[in-house]
Design a protein around this ligand. Structure first.
Ligand SMILES: [Zn+2]
Length: 181
């Protein structure tokens, strides 16, 4: 498995950095297949080895209990929550506030900034997902389990199925494949 290479010297991820401009798999000077796990952290790869970088990046997510929102949104749970597939921010979510009240009108938050995608993560044994009141409103992470508040009873099993998928390992296949190399 290839190491995550810090690109911190490079302020914008897709501008080629000065120091390490080689594919981590074959060493050629083409890094058009990079896979980013964060705004400044990626696995450098050429176009040919982009799939390997993606596999190893997803294995890294697996190891760190992270799931990309973009990948998670493919789960049927998110189709059920969102009346307009592809526009995840339009989902009307109900959340529990710290004081125990239920608020509606929240939506998924999947970008921290224009170049930094947020991830689902595990904390205190629970899977968490980022939500926001509006682009410039309050921001919070809620338990994935709380998404049942936004669904009719006959769709609650979708939440359980998604959590089961997270527990098995959303990227387990990639993690196993990377470990076998
Ligand atoms: Zn390569």
């Amino acid at each position: 498995m290839s190491a995550i290479i810090k690109r911190s010297a490079c302020p914008v991820p897709y501008i080629v950095g000065q120091s390490a401009n080689m594919c981590a798999y074959c060493g050629i000077g083409d890094i058009s297949g990079n896979f980013y796990v964060g705004p400044l952290d990626c696995i450098l790869a050429c176009k040919t080895h982009g799939d390997l970088a993606k596999r190893d990046g997803r294995a890294w997510f697996h190891k760190n209990n992270l799931v990309s929102h973009w990948d998670a949104f493919n789960d049927p749970l998110f189709t059920a929550l969102n009346p307009k597939p592809g526009l995840e921010e339009t989902a009307d979510l109900r959340i529990v506030t710290p004081s125990g009240h239920i608020e509606s009108g929240w939506r998924f938050r999947f970008l921290a900034s224009w170049n930094d995608s947020l991830h689902l993560y595990k904390a205190g044994g629970a899977w968490m997902i980022h939500v926001e009141e509006s682009p410039h409103g309050k921001k919070r992470a809620i338990q994935v389990n709380d998404l049942i508040l936004s669904l009719p009873a006959d769709k609650h099993s979708l939440v359980d199925a998604f959590i089961a998928r997270l527990e098995v390992g959303f990227y387990k296949a990639e993690a196993d494949e990377a470990a076998a190399v």
